[in-house]
Design a protein around this ligand. Sequence first.
Ligand code: NAP
Length: 246
Amino acid sequence: MRRVLILGGTAEARALAAELADVPSVHVVSSLAGRVTNPRLPVGDVRAGGFGGPDGLATWLAAERIDAMVDATHPFAARMTASAAEVSARTGVPLLVLRRPGWPQGPADTWQRVDSLQAAATRLAESAGPVRVFLTTGRRSLPVFTGLAGVWLLARSVDPPEPPVPPHVHVLLDRGPYTVEGELALIREHRLDVLVTKDSGGRLTAAKLVAARELGLPVIMVDRPPLPTGVRLVETVNAAALWAQG
Ligand code: NAP
């Protein structure tokens, strides 16, 4: 029996666990960070919570006799990916990174690409006049944006941000998938001027970009953090499932 750890928290990780559940020669344990109050759970065995850095992960892999790891975490979960890459190099447990592709920019899109949340905040601070922002970068990123003069925020997240939330921030608790109609209605209702998002990729949350394109809304797109050098990368669940079977 080949024992495979899936580092999860994404739709792709759940799809991979489901695909491998039908493979008799593979036993999967999925791992979640344990931050979301009511997470969508993969099929099969699940553990939750950080490992305690690379040392903790290495200890856990040995105790659970794990033969291979698939890092199917979110493209912005850079610490977990760095930890998995370090432990793989140190212990020899093979690692595959499964990352959905980023969103492609079309000719009708008005995107400014930036390399960090802080750079996105700087772009907003440079805007002439007050600006109403559709912010979808996650609840933990909210403090980066709340101190900007003249910036009103519609901050959408799965779980509520840490209080206190300032009065110029409207929090919308929601979880994809979203529809283009819904996103158009939201942008119009709140008279939003600009969308700030991370280049997460995937279909579940892409509707906001279609709506922005239709309405001519500019987008500040935060680029993904780079992957650790030398990691093996695939973009589809099928490719990851084949690799996981050895
Ligand atoms: P991160 O910054 O890379 O992770 C911070 C720490 O959380 C890691 O060092 C690790 O703790 C623990 N951790 C992260 N993912 C884990 C996993 N799958 N299993 C066990 N421990 C994990 O990651 P993040 O951005 O906070 O994301 C946390 C989780 O949410 C990830 O599983 C990710 O797939 C999911 N998620 C993230 C985003 C996003 O925008 N970042 C969006 C959707 C879903 P130790 O060092 O103690 O092992």
